[in-house]
Design a protein around this ligand. Structure first.
Ligand code: OGA
Ligand code: MN
Length: 286
């Protein structure tokens, strides 16, 4: 009788990295498929800590895609990855066309990945391939904690309020980039509940970030001012975790209850910073 190789159950430890969120997952080699029980346990830790950090991993592109797919449906990247050989894995890098550090990194404003989509990203996986000797951190702000810290009257006032997320707005607002017609059609402005309920934990959080433009049913200026004020409140230091990367780190974070940003706290004209990124498709925020 022939036996097909079954992935063995793998055990791992979870070590919290801050009182608020993020935990190291120690003992797994992510190149190996996870058995169902292990995958479910990792996913439970992900729901509990929102950011998981797997140290000393060495996944190739296809291996990262395979790892990501164990947790859901992969999402294709839009503008930046056009024509890329593997559309499901996006290379985040500060390298110019000549392969040398070009002095600038992207994604330095707070955001939730693809929040302008009807089905925004569930999770993002980022694998450190080449990192500067220091800095180039990624920061996370916990939107559960921010929501929970609001006064009761403010929470009540947010009921039913919808926020418009727009790719066009965030490009124009952040770097004066005018989005081409085809991208505008592919990603029209989308409104989502400002206070959303996590579909798996049932906890409420604020759904904000750089793609959030203004509020539905209110003048643009008034809604914009509210979005800015709320974002400033929600990204205060006390709601954040700063990830200091080590080469080989694989991060997995929950876009449904966090915003994040890259910190250019290193010389981006001198040191390369290259990461591999995959995303999982989420559900319509409610
Ligand atoms: C991203 C992102 C942050 C970073 O890939 O979605 O926001 O630190 N990256 O590079
Ligand atoms: Mn991002």
């Amino acid at each position: 009788m022939s036996m097909t190789a079954k992935p063995e159950a793998q055990s791992f430890d979870v070590r919290p990295l801050s009182p608020l969120m993020a935990a190291e997952v120690v003992g797994l080699d992510l190149r190996r498929p996870l058995d169902t029980a292990t995958r479910d346990a990792v996913y439970d830790a992900f729901l509990e800590y929102q950011v998981l950090v797997f140290r000393e991993q060495t996944l190739g592109k296809e291996e990262q895609i395979a790892f990501t797919e164990q947790f859901g449906t992969l999402e294709e990247h839009m503008a930046r990855n056009r024509g890329a050989e593997i559309a499901l894995l996006h290379v985040v890098s500060n390298l110019g066309p000549d392969g040398k550090p070009a002095g600038k990194i992207g994604s330095t404003g707070w955001h939730s990945d693809k929040s302008f989509r009807p089905l925004p990203s569930l999770a993002t996986f980022l694998h450190a391939v080449t990192m500067p000797p220091n800095g180039g951190d990624t920061c996370f702000a916990n939107m559960y904690a921010a929501y929970e810290a609001l006064p009761a009257a403010e929470k009540a006032a947010l009921e039913g309020v919808r926020v418009v997320h727009s790719w066009e707005h965030s490009r124009l607002h952040k770097d004066g980039y005018k989005v081409p017609e085809e991208d505008r059609i592919a990603a029209p402005p989308m409104s989502h509940p400002l206070a959303r309920t996590h579909p798996e934990t049932g906890r409420k959080s604020l759904f904000l970030g750089g793609h959030a433009s203004h509020l539905d049913g209110m003048s643009f200026d008034e809604g914009r001012a509210k979005v800015i004020a709320l974002e400033e409140f929600a990204t205060a230091e006390r709601f954040t975790y700063r990830h200091k990367w080590r080469k080989g780190d694989m991060l997995m974070w929950d876009n449904r209850c966090l915003v994040h940003r890259a910190d250019q706290n290193f010389d981006a004209a001198l040191f390369p910073r290259v990461l591999h990124r995959t995303c999982l498709r989420g559900t319509a925020p409610a």
